[in-house]
Design a protein around this ligand. Sequence first.
Ligand code: AMP
Ligand code: MG
Length: 312
Amino acid sequence: MAPHSDIAAAAQALREGRLVAFPTETVYGLGADATDDAAVARVYAAKGRPSFNPLIAHVPDRESAFALGRFTPEAKALAEAFWPGPLSLVVPRAPSCPVSLLASAGLDSIAIRVPSHPMALELLSAAGRPIVAPSANPSGKISPTTADHVRRHLKDKVAIVLDGGRCKVGLESSVVSVLGDGPKLLRQGGVPRAEIERVLGHPIAVESHSARPHAPGQLLSHYAPHAEIRLNADAPREGEAYLGFGPLHAHGAWTLSAKGDLVEAAANLFRLLHEIDATGVARIAVAPVPHHGLGEAINDRLLRAAAPRESA
Ligand code: AMP
Ligand code: MG
């Protein structure tokens, strides 16, 4: 167990927007302040993820979890039965939910978990805010179950690696959504399906990622602004709001990143689309975003937002 002072330093790093790898009972997580758009963007950048799939917000207790989302009686029953533990619950975001829209990948739902590893719980309490923590490995590599695995691949990307020994579960959390159309098992993981069904008192629908390998990305089709989106626009036309990038930022009130920084642009993307949409404008023109680094994920999301709606 890491000394108390290490955990305090890690909590401080998280509050400053830096990344901290820490043990949970499932796998090691790459932690960042879930309420800080830029910190969340740095998680995607560090993992080299090709797209912004939604992340799980980690909190130290049920009360903190209940403040972030709307829990039906079934969701509450699962929380009572399995938290702290290897189950993540996807519920509608509470109106006051402070978690970055980037962490929810622009969705109006949020995935939440209370892990059971004592060091994780201590860190989350000390941080005093929800922490996103996808597995602490580069995209496409195997999830780390020791601090050494993390150091091997991500050492340069994180402020601190907390060492809590080998992960007991070693498998990612089970992900269950409870969104109004009944519970669905989105990912098999640390809590066996039979145990979930025992608590629910009925079988659970399975919508596994193996059946729909691009589920996290497809989820984005649920999110579309009311406004029409025009991409690769060098300037706004009559009646359009303009979302700029880099040198083109001067054309309008909104800019993904005036200095052309892709990490900053990712951090701002979903928040700005919501903000512009809220003005009621009919069309949003978006400046070209370079197609490298996080730019690929940004363009992927923009293309989805711009896609025709009829089929959705
Ligand atoms: P990881 O990043 O490995 O911890 O995985 C997070 C998992 O939670 C992925 O399978 C996501 O698709 C899933 N997830 C997170 N948030 C949501 C959400 N709002 N709706 C559906 N699935 C989610
Ligand atoms: Mg992973």
